[in-house]
Design a binder for this molecule. Structure first.
Ligand code: EPZ
Length: 421
């Protein structure tokens, strides 16, 4: 297993090209299940999660070719199976989203329940209720969702009791080939949902309102192929922006959609970094000799502050001159990075969904353990700013969602390397 080793203390200086969004790419990868025509994705990140999804797609009978470069070609004139086994679903929850497309195309599917994960229980009840509203008959048998839709799915009026990114996407994927019109109320508004709707509309789907709370989908009989460029990864961009603010220096992010991080930039500025941006690039500058300022934040569904940046934001607050209060509203157990940051000298007290972070002057290197994808990134930011050599183990979490992180940071002058444990 690999670990990341960081000699801290060097400010970052350079340019980082942001990759395509993991959380869009893995949803877009199910599109070949909805058409017998080819699907090409460009600006495609090459990650453990995209490879996990590719493994499941191949099992279902989709031809998947990766490359050259950031490109993926997929084609499924016919499907070989409508069953997604536990072994392939447990590696990554988003694979569960093949259920709707399989039901839409083949009118039947058997997909393993994904189970919980480190950041919380993460049930899929909203996904299943949406599919049932569209006429699917669903049974839970030995850990599997066994679903049928005799005669195909039908349009429905669905109101989500709370906002769910995955359930919104899943309902869209199921509704595009359903008979009649579907309305989704209290839908998630994330940029990744707009990206999915844009790709589907380019295939001939009729989706309006993506990016707003009410989405309408008029079902069509069939969908064409598509060539679609994956939206830039706002979480990767936010992660490097926060790393630059934490370690200090000057980092330009390119291939970004700066408007997708509207909730982050004012907070980074409040912490004491200078943020200069245009539509597709953002420059973060901070003098490492000055202290950061404390900032309170709470996570919300988009356009609020993303839960996927909470851990990285906390690493920055650990070095502020004062107290920051960080509230996690989306996942019930997303503070596992706190004890690891504490090993590096951070002063954090967690009570329920709130963390009180009392900034310290200096973090000190320590052996730490990555507990989930975004937590790993927060430990990297802390390691870059800390005094001494930080060893971060269990970096397979990191490889799920960050492409070449040590190369991208290394190009900005960070002393960071990957080693065998
Ligand atoms: C997506 O997860 C992202 N994953 C997450 O990113 C992200 O943190 C999350 O959205 C919130 O932005 C992908 O896109 C692959 P939700 P998702 O459904 O869709 C509860 C990362 O690090 N809920 O919006 O699973 C749920 O437990 C990952 O890249 C139900 O109760 O999130 C959570 O508390 C981590 N029942 C809340 O809703 C359901 O049926 C929001 O979850 C569905 C969700």
């Amino acid at each position: 297993m690999d670990k990341i080793v960081i000699e801290g203390g060097a400010p970052l200086k350079g340019e980082i090209k942001i990759s395509g969004a993991k959380n869009s790419a893995i949803k877009l990868m199910v599109l070949p299940l909805l058409t017998d025509q080819p699907v090409e994705l460009t600006n495609m990140p090459n990650l453990r999660d995209t490879r996990s999804m590719a493994g499941l797609l191949r099992h279902l009978g989709v031809t998947v070719e990766e490359g050259p470069g950031p490109r993926m070609f997929m084609h499924a004139p016919k499907l070989a199976s409508t069953e997604a086994p536990y072994d392939l679903v447990r590696k990554m929850r988003a694979t569960f989203n093949v259920l709707g497309p399989l039901l839409a195309r083949e009118h039947k599917a058997k997909v393993s329940l994904p189970g919980g994960c480190a950041i919380g229980a993460r049930p899929v009840d909203l996904h299943l209720k949406a599919l049932e509203a569209m006429g699917a008959k669903i049974e839970l048998i030995e850990g599997y969702v066994v679903a049928t839709a005799k005669g195909g799915l039908k349009g429905a009026d669905i109101t989500f009791p709370f906002i769910s990114v995955g359930a919104t996407e899943h309902a869209i994927l199921a509704a595009v080939l359903a008979k009649g019109e579907t309305t989704l109320n209290n839908a998630a508004r994330e940029p990744e949902i707009i990206d999915l709707a844009n790709a589907l509309n380019a295939m001939g789907a009729r989706i309006t309102g993506a990016g707003r709370s009410e989405i309408q989908i008029v079902g069509v009989k069939s969908l064409d192929g598509v060539s679609h460029s994956v939206v830039p990864d706002r979480i990767e961009a936010g992660t490097y922006a926060l790393a630059a603010a934490t370690a200090g220096g000057s980092v330009r992010l390119v291939n970004v959609r700066s408007d997708h991080l509207g909730s982050l930039w004012p907070l980074i500025a409040q912490a004491g970094a200078k943020v200069t941006m245009d539509e597709t690039s953002v420059l973060i500058e901070r003098n490492p000799k000055t202290r950061l300022k404390p900032v309170d934040v709470e996570t919300q569904a988009y356009p609020g502050f993303p839960t996927d940046l909470q851990a990285q934001f906390m690493a920055m607050c650990c070095l502020a001159d004062g107290v920051s209060i960080i509230r996690e509203n989306i996942f019930e157990n997303r503070f596992m990075h706190c004890p690891e940051l504490a090993r590096m000298g951070a002063d954090i007290k967690v009570t329920g969904r709130e963390a009180i972070v009392r900034g310290v002057k200096q973090l000190r290197a320590a052996p730490v353990m990555a507990t989930d994808l975004r937590a790993s990134a927060s430990l990297i930011a802390a390691g870059l700013a800390a005094q001494g050599t930080t060893h971060i183990s269990r970096v397979y979490h990191l490889d799920r969602g960050f492409e070449h992180i040590e190369v991208k940071l290394g190009n900005c002058g960070a002393n960071i390397r990957r080693e065998k444990e």
